[in-house]
Design a protein around this ligand. Sequence first.
Ligand code: 0RA
Length: 510
Amino acid sequence: MATQATSSTYTAENIQVLEGLEAVRKRPGMYIGTTDKAGLHHLVKELVDNAVDEAMAGYCDRIEVIFHANGWCTVKDNGRGIPVDIQKQTGKSAVETVMTVLHAGGKFGGGGYKVSGGLHGVGASVVNALSEAMWVEVVPDPAAQGADKAGRVYRQEYERGRPLTELTPRPLDDPARGHGTTVSFKPDPAIFESVDFEFRIEAERLRMYAFLTKKTWFRLLDERTDQEVNYYFEGGIKSFVRYVNRDREALNPDPIYVEREVDGNLIECAIQYNDGFNETVYTFANSINTIDGGSHLTGFRQALTRVLNDYARKQKILKENDPNLTGDDVREGLVAVISVKLPEPQFEGQTKTRLGNQEVAGQVQAVVGEALALYLEEHPSEGRRIVEKCLIASRAREAARKARDLVQRKSALESGALPGKLADCSARDPRGIRTLHRRGRLGRRLRQAGPRPPLPGDPPPRRQDPERRKEPGPIRCSATRRSAASSPPSAPASRETFDSRSSATTRSSS
Ligand code: 0RA
């Protein structure tokens, strides 16, 4: 039975806490976006984010989510455990602070990379406020919290964000139970349209986290259906690019990979070229999928174009009279992931899905540039394969431009007069023709204007692209252009075949 909370003083902070919880319950959308299924899963995400922070800090390698048959959800990690000691400033344990004070989610001591920092990085207190009931159990890691805590479980219970009990220790019943934090909650049906967790949504999110948090196990168990998935990726994003290319021919079978810290920012990038024409680039900042790109993507693209041009010149694959490879040329068949982890991420744009930190552009450009240059030097045959593919892209583009130009001139002659726009330009400005010609050279507007009959010198038809078989649709160009802004593909919940350990099983109910 729960004992009544016995705070010795009713402080200003207590009042603030209650006001905070009230605000969350009154306007949940301000904190979790929506109160539909996405909002419901946002609760799980807030708790998993805290555990992922603990993993990124190097203290945890197992994170587990359980959907129970009675509507509860449990998130469990094997980290140090939220500190159980009473803090002098607040008179409360760190546990109670994390669970009840708005914006005190996860770490509040500074330092470390936080997943939160995105749209609603507000922490466990919001989950608590929006839960009919919640409890936390901490088994402290004695190495982090002191030997006096060994062999105990500390538990506190809440209702709609308010503590029902003190944080209370008891002897560890199961000696095999290791240290860590377990949070269990029952979402409030008075707040949410649906309180029915969806296995697939959570499985996909955990898989993404597993790619972005290498060497960490993620398990999802659904006790309602006995479904279970486990994700673990030894190589992190390097595994991810292999996964994206799993059905393709890779030009560099071992992905180019670099991970480095620059001025407190962690920069990680994996690159693998395939023999197709699409560009598939995913960018993340603190594990948030920055679908609108930003400074990390800018830096990456600069590095790629610069280094491949330098290499192609040095190796004389690009001859003196050849034009430089363009950004478009170096992006055909490119699969890459850029993941940065920043102590102070700035997210921009209406949906906060573009990274703003300007210093990151130069850092990514330097780190990726150096790693790519080194790779090309050490892997000359892969390097040649990649650059020659870029060169084919370049020549195809140039040939297409010439052919278009020719057709345009021809049709202008045949019609006996210059077509409207061109006539205007040419009447007023002899460079008008060139203006149009340059638009054609850019190619993008022409291509985006819609399908046109094939011209001699065009790049090979897209049906040669193996990707086309899977993703039919006439506007691959725009898909390519937007690919940096797309969400990662969903994986079949099945055993994966590269350097991962991943399994999906339906446990037979007994
Ligand atoms: C150490 C210190 C602090 C929190 C944690 C560990 C911690 C929090 C969570 C939440 C879920 N699992 C966790 N595991 C550990 C707070 C104080 C500080 O950051 O210095």
